[in-house]
Design a protein around this ligand. Structure first.
Ligand code: PD2
Ligand code: ZN
Length: 301
């Protein structure tokens, strides 16, 4: 196979990871397997392995070959991760509507990689209005989980206001959570509480991954409760006048927010190879309100 046609870039981080695996005594075929499992093409993996180890050996022989240890956050390109089970809607036989806990939801678009499914009519107009009314008095400047400490921090890359509901906090929220669970075949108990965000004009959410970066020191603490995130459902509670698309830059995909609709995406490993980098483009006029449901591997209690 002609590997020059493949555009995967072998980064310095990946080279360092390969050296670290070799130093730890891993068999070359296991290193290749791990790379393939995390999204690398096999031919690229073999070539990267051979070339990296050859160069490392040459550097050692020349007396300059001390590979620096990986810094936190540097490992992402090379960290091998086994695939986890993920939430997934029943789309067999070209379903155009899914009956989720008795509520008809339209299937508008689906993509294999990244795994993205666009739904229409997941929430009724009344349900959207009720969520906004419940959340409005409880909004505060959005915080995100800080994986360097495991705590929360105000994040300047996210200029929205937000709040979290407890799971099943009201009968309305309980009903919506059961509908989501039925739609994506994932237990209610593995869902985080609903998060509501309000973006004003100019507000945005810069591209990020929703999974917790395994290389960050605070991540093990976060994972103790429910394990990794494996899926996200962003529900649109209104239709902004202009802007506010949910974008997937690695896939060149933009989703226009429409009231009652929702974008679902899953990621079977905490790795960029899932192509689930995504963000909220700036709102240009009007407001944008969303409700996000993050789904964990295990019970989130
Ligand atoms: O509001 C959005 O479009 C958006 C974009 C990226 C929401 C999230 N991420 C999220 O809630 O994780
Ligand atoms: Zn997100």
């Amino acid at each position: 196979m002609n590997t020059s046609a493949i555009t995967q870039v072998v980064t310095e981080e990946l080279r360092q990871w390969i050296v670290a695996q070799a130093q730890a005594g891993c068999m070359p075929e296991d290193v290749v397997k791990a790379m393939v499992a995390s999204g690398w093409h096999e031919d690229v993996a073999v070539e990267a392995l051979e070339q990296t180890l050859r160069e490392h050996l040459q550097a050692l022989q020349a007396g300059t070959g001390v590979s620096p240890p990986l810094r936190p956050g540097q490992a992402e390109a090379g960290v091998a991760q086994a695939a986890a089970a993920v939430p997934e809607p029943d789309l067999q036989e070209g379903a155009t509507v899914i009956l989720a806990d008795g509520h008809p939801v339209q299937v508008l678009m689906s993509l294999r990689l990244p795994r993205v499914v666009l739904f229409g009519g997941l929430l009724t107009g009344d349900e959207c209005d009720a969520l906004i009314a419940l959340a409005r008095p409880r909004l505060a400047r959005s915080e995100t989980v800080d994986t360097s400490t495991g705590g929360t921090e105000v994040n300047t890359s996210r200029t929205s206001d937000g709040m979290f509901f407890g799971r099943g906090e009201t009968p309305l929220i309980d009903r919506i959570e059961r509908r989501i669970a039925a739609l994506v075949n994932w237990p209610v108990e593995s869902g985080e509480g609903l998060q509501i965000l309000r973006y004003r004009p100019g507000a945005q959410y810069e591209p990020h991954h929703d999974y917790f970066d395994p290389a960050k020191p605070g991540t093990p603490r976060i994972l103790e409760r429910g394990g990794q995130r494996v899926g996200t459902l962003v529900m649109y509670l209104n239709t902004p006048a202009r802007g506010g698309d949910t974008v997937f830059p690695s896939a060149g995909l933009g989703i226009g927010p429409v009231r009652g609709g929702a974008v679902f995406f899953s990621y079977d490993r905490p790795h960029a190879s899932t192509l689930t980098l995504h963000g909220g483009a700036p709102v240009l006029s009007g407001e944008k309100w969303v409700a996000t449901k993050w789904l964990r591997e295990q019970s989130f209690d």
